[in-house]
Design a protein around this ligand. Structure first.
Ligand code: ADP
Length: 405
């Protein structure tokens, strides 16, 4: 079975085509700057160099037509016609409390996702545009929605409720949802596998550290807490997002900066804060910050220290939440590629007798244990793979006709 995985952002459309017989990625790519006159596609067939060319993509439907054309092109295509694609798996950020697993997309599901637009006004609309475009162009193809929030639907009430008047929850759905669920699910299962254990036998803290970062407490295979909340702004500081704050800061900044609350949250806390803000505007990229810290830049060091401190603090909190800690897993851009940040975080976990193996920790993007045999807790690096997880869910649902989880 060949499965196309689609991930639509506001101005981008990422895709991967899998042959699920051996889970081989036949081709992948990205249409960027969708909606602008200088849109282009980057297409990489398996085993070949990537090719880039300008395309006309005023909207996601047009972008999708270029993806279909690239996949079936006589020179750089990988299939002869679209009839070879059996199903499409869509990444959708927010499913509210509606879905705790992946689902076959029907008109009823579309209606439910549209209801969630309010909860994720930045993320869901482009995701849904991608689904709508695919359904219009390929109306007979089964499609599956895989949600970032779904894995965290197992959180207990005490973990997902804010201490606000209860009717804010019942009226507006104001609660913690969590994100990056597909990644936390994948890497926690891989970590158990690498340790030779079943997911139901281990307590794992997964650290998805990228431009957006979140941690999850995965106890016996289910998420019982995670750092992102109602929106992806909560939790550890990120590239440009503040993470946890005293909420009174919002009104304080509204007054001082003469801005509306929306401007403060969207423009300031989401885009100008995090390690970018802490480093005095130097960079949101941890490679730049590590280099600047080596060169003696004190604010770069501060940004890295705050990030490491808050991440380590959550690991400790999640050990308490789970009542045990068998493994810590690092994934995503920073987690997979920054031995320096892994070390900075683990240096703060002396209470758990965490000990990294310097040679193993020096590796980037390799799935392996990176702690010593004497370490009090196993530490692993596991490159995430949300796309294969979406493709697997799609196969499972299409073949069985039931929910994947
Ligand atoms: P996104 O959240 O956009 O998916 P990624 O998971 O791709 O982000 O992570 C991107 C971030 O990973 C970059 O901004 C950079 O900070 C970090 N990163 C990538 N490679 C390295 C590296 N070699 N060392 C340190 N940080 C890195």
């Amino acid at each position: 079975m060949k499965v196309l995985v689609i991930n639509c952002g506001s101005s981008s459309l990422k895709y991967q085509l899998f042959d699920m017989a051996d889970e081989r990625c036949m081709a992948k790519g990205n249409v960027e700057r969708v909606g602008s006159p200088d849109a282009f596609i980057v297409h990489r067939p398996e085993g070949s160099d990537k090719i880039t060319f300008n395309v006309e993509a005023r909207d996601h439907e047009q972008a999708l037509k270029h993806v279909f054309a690239a996949l079936t092109d006589s020179t750089h295509g990988v299939i002869s016609d679209l009839g070879q694609v059996s199903a499409i798996g869509h990444r959708v950020v927010h499913a509210g409390e509606k879905y705790a697993g992946s689902v076959l997309i029907t008109d009823e599901v579309m209606a439910a996702l549209n209801e969630c637009q309010d909860l994720a006004p930045l993320h869901n609309p482009p995701n849904i545009m991608g689904v709508v475009a695919c359904r219009r162009l390929m109306p007979d193809l089964p499609m599956v929605g895989v949600f970032d929030t779904a894995f965290h639907q197992t959180m207990p009430r005490e973990a997902y409720m804010y201490a606000l008047p209860y009717e804010m929850y019942t009226k507006y759905g104001l609660r913690r949802y969590g994100f990056h669920g597909t990644s936390h699910r994948y890497v926690s299962a891989r970590a158990a596998h690498v340790l030779g254990k079943k997911p139901q036998d281990v307590c794992v803290v997964t650290c998805h550290l990228g431009n957006g970062s979140s941690l999850a407490a995965v106890k016996h295979g289910v998420s019982i807490d995670t750092t992102m909340g109602f929106t992806p702004l909560e939790g550890v500081p990120m590239g440009t997002r503040s993470g946890d704050l005293d909420p009174a800061i919002v009104s304080f900044l509204c007054e001082k900066l003469d801005k509306s609350a929306t401007e403060v949250v969207q423009g300031f806390l989401n885009k100008k804060s995090g390690v970018l803000g802490l480093s005095g505007g130097l960079s949101n990229d941890f490679r730049d910050l590590e280099q600047a810290a080596v060169d003696g830049n004190d604010l770069a060091k501060l940004a890295l220290d705050v990030f490491a401190y808050k991440t380590a603090k959550y690991i400790g909190a999640y050990a308490v939440a789970m009542g045990a800690l068998d493994a810590i897993v690092f994934t995503a851009g920073i987690g997979e590629n920054s031995p320096e940040m892994r070390q900075r975080i683990c240096d703060r976990l002396g209470l758990f007798r965490v000990e990294l193996d310097p040679a193993r920790n020096a590796m980037r993007g390799v799935e392996q244990v990176i702690s010593t045999p004497n370490s009090g807790v196993a530490v692993l690096c596991v490159p995430t793979n949300e796309e294969i997880t979406i493709a697997r869910d799609t196969v499972q649902i299409v073949e069985s006709g039931v929910a994947a989880l």
